[in-house]
Design a protein around this ligand. Structure first.
Ligand code: ATP
Length: 248
């Protein structure tokens, strides 16, 4: 459904992604992991057409995204930090986004209701707490019933009740066969929500396989300890395990 082909991205001299190749299929939920600054958000922004790679190609549903915006309507995106016009009210923001998508006749308002946002429609965005802004971003990501959901650190800044609400919503959408891509540093959350692990390190895809294979290859039963093992291997640059993983 999304194919990342030979993507290479540099910012000045900093080589963030070196020849990235990844396939994302519907019905799967992918954990995109890696240390701070390893390029997770950059990869997401390249898929969304918000950052242009130096070379390589992104295909969405079999078509190159080059010069195309239409494909974006099938992606619900929750950014790490949502940026909105300061003076716009929550209700106006939702209405504006809905106006931009006239083809959608029925919105998914489940998160708007569960987060109590319908009681705050008159609040200007600049007066909202960080967590409430996150709730608005989450509500918008799901509102247009997109087949692909890309969620960049979705629960960061949310209170525990809101975290549960959002996780349940992600599970519901996952179980309905959508393609979900999540970046997070919260491993327990990724274990609960995803079935496929991608670990990126120093510009390379260090691991890319199912969570079951991850556990098998590392010999660890728990997701968090399996990831800890991967991190250990990634830091030992000459570890034979790295070669084994790349060829796996
Ligand atoms: N517009 C930009 N100009 C210059 N450098 C950038 C730009 N965007 C990202 N970078 C750099 O690219 C690298 C990857 O950043 P990115 O935000 O993709 O990392 P990340 O894996 O999402 O990190 P985190 O886990 O901290 O969110 C970082 O070193 C960052 O400083």
């Amino acid at each position: 459904m999304i194919s990342v082909q030979h993507i290479h991205k540099k910012f000045g001299k900093l080589e963030v992604l070196k020849d990235f190749n990844l396939e994302f299929e519907s019905g799967n939920s992918y954990a995109l992991m890696g240390p701070n600054g390893s390029g997770k958000t950059t990869l997401i922004k390249i898929i969304l057409g918000m950052v242009i790679p130096n070379s390589g190609e992104i295909m969405v549903q079999g078509k190159s995204i080059k010069g195309s915006y239409a494909y974006r309507s099938n992606i619900g995106y929750m950014p790490q930090i949502g940026r909105y016009p300061d003076n716009i009210k929550i209700g106006q923001l939702f209405a504006m986004m809905q106006d931009m998508r006239p083809e959608i006749k029925e919105y998914d308002m489940e998160l708007v209701e569960a987060f109590g946002l319908n009681e705050m429609m008159d609040k200007p965005m600049h007066t909202l707490s960080g967590g409430t802004r996150q709730k608005v971003s989450a509500a918008l990501a799901f509102m247009f019933r997109a087949d692909i959901l890309i969620l960049d650190e979705p629960t960061a800044g949310l209170d525990p009740i809101a975290v549960e609400v959002l996780k349940n919503k992600i599970k519901k959408e996952r179980d309905s066969g959508k393609l979900i891509l999540i970046t997070s540093h919260i491993l327990s959350e990724l274990e609960e929500l995803t079935n496929h692990a991608i670990y990126i390190f120093e510009g390379d895809v260090f691991f890319n396989d199912s969570v079951n294979s991850l556990k098998e290859i590392t010999g660890e039963d728990r997701f968090s300890t399996a990831i800890a093992r991967l991190m250990e291997w990634s830091l030992k640059k000459n570890s034979p395990k790295k070669t084994e993983l790349k060829n796996a």
